[in-house]
Design a protein around this ligand. Structure first.
Ligand SMILES: [Zn+2]
Length: 134
C-alpha cells in the first residue's frame, strides 16, 4: 500500500542536473534518477554530517520518512558508482525554502516548485508579487 508522500523542504537546489561516468558508461541503460529529496538527504546527512533527527527537522518530514528517503538515495548512489551508471537529479516532492511569494493584489501566498522565477500570481494573474524570505 502506498503511503501518502510527505513534502520535503529543501534548502538549496542541486547545482547540476546529473553526472556522467568518466571513461565508460552503459549508455543504452536508463540513467539512475535521484530525486531532489534524496539528494537533500545525502547532502544533509553525509555532506553536512547532520544526525537523522536534525535532517528530518530541516526537511520538515518525519524521521522514518527521512530514513526511507536516505536508504533509497544511498542504494541509488551505490548503484551509480558500482555499475558505472549515469545519474540524473530530478523530480521529487519538495518545496524550496526561500521560494515563497505573496501577491499584493489578492494577498495570496504561493510557492515556486523549482528555482525558476515567478513573474505573475497563479491565482489572479497580477504581476504585483513580492518574494518572501523563508
Ligand atoms: Zn493574486
Amino acid at each position: 500500500m502506498a503511503r501518502p508522500r510527505q513534502i520535503s523542504r529543501v534548502q538549496i537546489p542541486p547545482r547540476v542536473k546529473g553526472f556522467i561516468p568518466v571513461g565508460y558508461y552503459k549508455d543504452q541503460s536508463e540513467p539512475v534518477q535521484l530525486n531532489i529529496e534524496e539528494y537533500e538527504a545525502i547532502r544533509l546527512l553525509d555532506y553536512e554530517g547532520l544526525s537523522q533527527e536534525g535532517a528530518a527537522k530541516i526537511m520538515q518530514i518525519s524521521r522514518p520518512t527521512l530514513t526511507r528517503i536516505y536508504e533509497r538515495a544511498r542504494k541509488k548512489v551505490a548503484t551509480v558508482l558500482t555499475e558505472a551508471q549515469q545519474l540524473i537529479i530530478e523530480g521529487g516532492n519538495v518545496l524550496f525554502n526561500g521560494n515563497w511569494y505573496e501577491c499584493e493584489k489578492c494577498n495570496s501566498t504561493f510557492n515556486s516548485p523549482a528555482e525558476s522565477t515567478v513573474k505573475t500570481c497563479p491565482l489572479c494573474g497580477s504581476g504585483n508579487i513580492q518574494h518572501k524570505e523563508g
